[in-house]
Design a protein around this ligand. Structure first.
Ligand code: HEM
Length: 239
């Protein structure tokens, strides 16, 4: 039975990766493109009700979907016997998956270290106000932090998915790329990531210049495609 071979293990991991990835990123897009803009138009009562009863359910699938995506992704690499093969990461294929994984791991950390803890405060605030208690003083700050990290994840998801798929379907070449070209690519990518993630971590107030890619989901999408285009140009020139 082929399913019990290394190829079968890799395919099962890929399948799990698709299911978990769709769950995670589907909910990310729901939060950013549907829920946040819709909540802005809700009355206070229905909004509090939704934050208490709908948001926790969505966040449960969201954060565990993120963990399963990470684990199944690592499992693909393990079945490919490439997890610790440093020569692989010098090839176009290896650089493509490293780009996707770097962006995805930052997104994963944003989910577990920023979005989920901040949303817990936000939900606790809705519980407190709905049951006649005092509003939590840090609720607005927590909501802003979560929004900034969530929009940044949406931005990163655009090039991330390209490079995930490009690994086998655009860049399957196994000759090592020159060290200097790799260095230019990684420095440029890391500078861009630090720039966007750094802004998100400072959670700038709405309307500030540096929040242009955070305050409106249309700007987030455009910025995501601009980041993808920059990386593609670098890719075409260097590799
Ligand atoms: C969280 C960390 C992640 C890791 C470690 C990871 C790892 C991987 C690996 C190793 C591959 C196989 C590349 C290949 O050899 O073809 C892959 C492919 C892929 N990943 Fe991820 N991934 C992660 C996150 C994501 C996310 C968030 C998504 C979003 C849905 C995603 C979607 C995909 C897709 C669509 C493919 C292409 C599959 C194919 O060509 O059959 N990954 N990923």
């Amino acid at each position: 039975m082929e399913i019990f071979t290394q190829t079968g293990g890799e395919m099962l991991s890929r399948w799990g990766h698709y299911l978990a990835g769709v769950t995670w990123i589907g909910l990310l897009y729901y939060f950013n493109f549907v829920q946040t803009p819709a909540f802005a138009g809700f009355e206070a009562g229905p909004r509090t009700e939704s934050v208490r009863k709908l948001v926790p359910r969505a966040l449960w699938w969201f954060r565990w979907g993120a963990l399963l995506t990470l684990l199944t992704g690592l499992s693909i690499l393990a079945f490919q016997e490439r997890l610790t093969d440093m020569d692989y990461y010098k090839t176009p294929m290896g650089i493509s998956i490293s780009t996707g994984v770097l962006l995805a791991v930052i997104m994963f950390l944003n989910v577990w270290l920023i979005i989920w803890p901040s949303q817990k405060t936000f939900i606790a605030n809705a519980e407190a106000t709905a049951t006649g208690g005092e509003a939590l003083p840090n609720a607005a700050t927590a909501a802003r932090k979560a929004a900034c990290a969530s929009r940044t994840n949406t931005l990163f998801s655009i090039p991330m998915l390209f490079f995930m798929g490009a690994t086998s379907h655009f860049a399957p070449r196994f000759e090592a790329v020159a060290g200097g070209d790799r260095a230019i690519y990684w420095v440029a990518l890391i500078v861009l990531i630090v720039l966007f993630e750094g802004i998100a971590l400072t959670a700038p107030a709405a309307g500030k210049g540096q929040a242009f890619f955070i305050d409106d989901h249309r700007n987030t999408i455009i910025t995501g495609f601009v980041l993808w285009a920059i990386l593609l140009v670098l890719w075409e020139v260097l590799f």
